[in-house]
Design a protein around this ligand. Structure first.
Ligand SMILES: [Zn+2]
Length: 195
């Protein structure tokens, strides 16, 4: 829209403000800002006398918001690639800061929806992956310890007992015929604790 009077400018600004409270789609909003700001810049160059300070401040703030919306679209592309907890925390921090920026905007709903999506679908997957990793680290540690197992005092092979016990220990494979047991050494405990 060509700005040829102060009234034109006010209308253009009112239009932009209406879009902010109504438009939910960030990509459409970016596109709109792109064209509107471009044309307003053009008019500003042609006749800056219509542009009062308030209008200039508002319009330059839109440039900032446009960049932030662009950032939001980039984060959305990033979400599928979030496979570890640190990355998740980083993305969440960005989303929460965007949510605060766009609190009063219609597009703020989209940001909140992404935050919920992260919490409800991404987080459980990450937790599961972490548990699986933890379990596999544990089984490697147990295999390592078992490969170095000493014989019991009577010369029988021993086995690491770690399930359903308060404290893991070495039991004799001849149990219950042979009741000997040995506590783990500090070094062996350290290997288990490392997982
Ligand atoms: Zn034994």
């Amino acid at each position: 829209m060509e700005i040829t009077s102060e009234q034109d400018l006010n209308e253009a600004i009112e239009n932009l403000k209406r879009h902010i409270t109504e438009m939910v789609n960030e990509k459409a909003l970016i596109e709109l800002f792109q064209t509107e700001l471009e044309s307003l810049r053009h008019s500003f160059r042609a006749n800056r006398s219509f542009f009062n300070k308030e209008a200039i401040v508002f319009l330059s703030s839109l440039r900032h918001f446009k960049a932030r919306l662009k950032h939001f679209t980039e984060i959305q592309e990033d979400i599928e690639d979030v496979t570890d907890r640190n990355h998740y925390d980083e993305v969440m921090e960005e989303l929460e800061s965007l949510r605060d920026d766009f609190e009063m905007w219609a597009v703020g709903k989209r940001i909140k929806r992404e935050i919920r999506r992260m919490q409800q679908t991404r987080l459980p997957v990450l937790r599961k992956t972490e548990e699986t990793r933890q379990r596999s680290r544990l089984s490697i540690a147990i295999a390592t310890l078992q490969s170095r197992a000493l014989k019991c005092p009577k010369g029988h092979p021993t086995r690491l007992i770690y399930q359903n016990v308060k404290k893991p220990f070495w039991g004799c494979t001849w149990f219950p015929k042979c009741q000997s047991r040995r506590e783990l050494s500090l070094k062996e405990i350290a290997i288990l604790k490392d997982t």
